[in-house]
Design a protein around this ligand. Structure first.
Ligand code: GLU
Length: 283
């Protein structure tokens, strides 16, 4: 009788411990280290975004604006985080994976191409936009495509897919790398480089800036596909799936279109269609 009672007590204790372990688990549903758990617990999230890319992620004083910022607001709202709970942290191309891995940011929305190499270390929701690599040149330039870069100085950003593509596919070009595209654009204006290469949508933003009016043109021959994803921790497939769910809803409730219309769409370009059949499987 005594033994039986003791067994029952021990059994109940074991059950309680198991339940507690589940609650504090790192990988389970609503876990503290995933974005879903963090959002519901803290009502706060840190988004890694670009700060010098007009139309996409631009910091002016303490304010960030652009399409990526609007996408961040959609994701935050879908996760139950109010706008006041969003913290933006500036990232450059090369520190996006480390920032996610080290927990310096919860998510990255920063013109961030989904590819297999990056997928080894982070998880991606999306894509929410498909850009393509292109060239920005001075208005009087004769460079008409990447083949025209042979013997020329082309600027891009370290840790970016466009810089890598120049190194592997256009070896006759002389590649100059900075940590951000605005420095490349400055170099183009100063004539220390002949071209800047990155995604067409980023280049269009610089070409449209008042300070460079009439100086530059986007060549307009895209030579890659750059599907923009939303990066989270590799282990956070729950968070990734939730992001895709939120993106799906934004495509049908008009908020995706509004995000475009209020930022990049101001130049007159119609909002793209978010193809929800192409969202990642978050594996
Ligand atoms: N989408 C490309 C990339 O993720 C280029 C833009 C960027 O560097 O942010 O590398």
């Amino acid at each position: 009788m005594r033994i039986t009672r003791l067994t029952a007590v021990v059994g109940a204790f074991a059950l309680a411990m198991a339940a507690a372990a589940c609650g504090g688990d790192d990988s389970g549903s609503g876990s503290a280290s995933g974005i879903v758990g963090k959002a519901s617990k803290d009502k706060k999230l840190v988004f890694g975004v670009k700060a010098d890319q007009p139309g996409l992620g631009l910091q002016t004083g303490g304010t960030y604006t652009g399409f990526d910022i609007e996408i961040a607001k959609i994701i935050a709202k879908g996760l139950g985080v109010p706008e006041s709970g969003i913290e933006y942290k500036t990232t450059v191309s090369a520190n996006r994976e480390p920032f996610i891995q080290q927990g310096q940011v919860d998510l990255v929305i920063a013109t961030y191409t989904i590819n297999d190499e990056r997928k080894k270390v982070v998880n991606f929701g999306g894509p929410y936009y498909i850009a393509g690599q292109d060239l920005l040149v001075r208005t009087d330039s004769t460079i008409a495509g990447p083949e025209g870069l042979a013997g020329k100085k082309v600027c891009s950003v370290s840790g970016s897919t466009p810089a890598k593509r120049i190194q592997t596919d256009y070896k006759d070009a002389s590649l100059q790398q900075f940590d951000s595209y605005s420095k490349c654009v400055q170099a183009l204006a100063n004539k220390t480089v002949d071209a800047v290469t990155t995604d067409d949508i980023i280049l269009a933003g610089y070409a449209a800036q008042d300070q460079y009016a009439g100086q530059f043109k986007v060549v307009g021959k895209k030579f890659s596909d750059e599907p923009y994803g939303i990066g989270v921790k590799k282990s956070d497939s729950e968070g990734c799936n939730k992001i895709n769910e939120i993106l799906k809803a934004s495509a049908s409730d008009g908020s995706y279109k509004a995000a475009w219309d209020n930022t990049l769409g101001k130049s007159g370009t119609a909002a793209p269609t978010l193809d929800v059949t192409k969202l990642t499987n978050c594996s």
